[in-house]
Design a protein around this ligand. Structure first.
Ligand SMILES: NC(=O)c1ccc[n+]([C@@H]2O[C@H](COP(=O)([O-])OP(=O)(O)OC[C@H]3O[C@@H](n4cnc5c(N)ncnc54)[C@H](OP(=O)(O)O)[C@@H]3O)[C@@H](O)[C@H]2O)c1
Length: 280
């Protein structure tokens, strides 16, 4: 049995892919109602909370592999690591990001703590160190649909954007057959470096109408995120992370997705085409 710790973007798609290939897969969800579609494709959806170790222990029954993905609050993910160790789980695939222990971004420092805890646990592990997600642009989609424009403090900085469906596909592949991946760290990116102006050009071409990118300040970015419901401290942290793109912080690419999946990573054009309705 493979346990996926949340039913968000990466977790849901990884669960769907594993069920599709006939693997036994379980997802822990705070609200199982939200994961009804997964139940319909054969995923065992169990109610639980990463803040409640007893619920994690219950979900860990008969589990051999874990995909550890969540908002990456260290206490919660370390609860999963402890539970996996108690249950004698063989392998954990950890979804992470660029995570220097001295990063100015609290989430990245938290990821570093989680990675260290996982490595120290003695469990088999694989780290998936992911660049920014294409799906972050879905947060901007309602504004793009309305105004044909979007702004960011990323400036002219480039990003190796990755589609969360590819992150999920890599996580599913490794969770199903961990042997060749134990102790490894993979860097997951899309196939190309794009600036936000490049993103606007791709959206314009795919949507068939001009989409304009404008530079804005970190504070304006934070306010825009709060206006779509992101809590203030998270919006501040995310806006800071986006502003570092202007300094080249996300300008990295890797061939790990095609190497593991045997097919190219999705392009931003593919992402935009698949989600065109959200931007229209
Ligand atoms: N965004 C990026 O650009 C980026 C880049 C690199 C790495 N990452 C990493 O990717 C990970 C996030 O993955 P994602 O995008 O798939 O997440 P996501 O779509 O934001 O989903 C998060 C999920 O966690 C669930 N959750 C939150 N708190 C929980 C709790 N206490 N107990 C159980 N479930 C809980 C949420 O459930 P509810 O529906 O109940 O809230 C939701 O299903 C993080 O580690 C992040 O650092 C992100």
């Amino acid at each position: 049995m493979i346990l996926i710790t949340t039913a968000g973007k990466v977790g849901s798609e990884a669960a769907r892919l594993l069920a599709q290939r006939g693997a036994s897969v379980r997802v822990l969800a705070r609200d199982p109602e939200k994961a009804t579609a997964l139940r319909q494709v054969g995923v065992d959806v169990v109610e639980g909370d990463l803040d409640a170790p007893a619920t994690i222990d219950a979900a860990m029954q008969d589990v051999t592999s874990v995909v550890l993905v969540s908002p990456a609050i260290p206490a919660q993910e370390l609860n999963v690591v402890d539970s996996a160790a108690r249950a004698g789980v063989a392998h954990v695939v950890k979804i992470t990001s660029k995570a220097p222990a001295d990063s100015p971004i609290a989430r990245q420092r938290g990821q570093a703590r989680i990675e260290a805890g996982l490595i120290a646990s003695g469990l088999g592990y694989t780290l998936l160190r992911n660049n920014f997600y294409m799906q972050n642009f879905l947060m901007l989609a309602p504004a793009i649909a309305k105004t044909n424009s979007f702004g960011s403090s990323a400036g002219a900085g480039q990003v190796g954007l990755i589609d969360t469906r590819d992150v999920a596909a890599v996580a599913a592949e490794i969770a199903a057959s961990p042997a060749a991946h134990v102790g490894k760290t993979y860097v997951l990116t899309g196939p190309e470096l794009l600036s936000y102006a490049d993103v606007a050009a791709v959206l314009s071409q795919v949507l068939g109408r001009p989409i304009v990118f404008s530079e804005r300040t970190i504070e304006e970015d934070k306010q825009a995120m709060m206006s779509v419901g992101v809590p203030e401290p998270i919006a501040a942290m995310n806006a800071h992370a986006v502003s570092l793109i202007a300094e080249g912080d996300a300008a990295w690419l890797s061939e790990d997705v095609p190497a593991i999946l045997g097919r190219p990573a999705r392009t931003f054009e593919q992402f935009a085409t698949d989600h065109a309705a959200a931007f229209s």
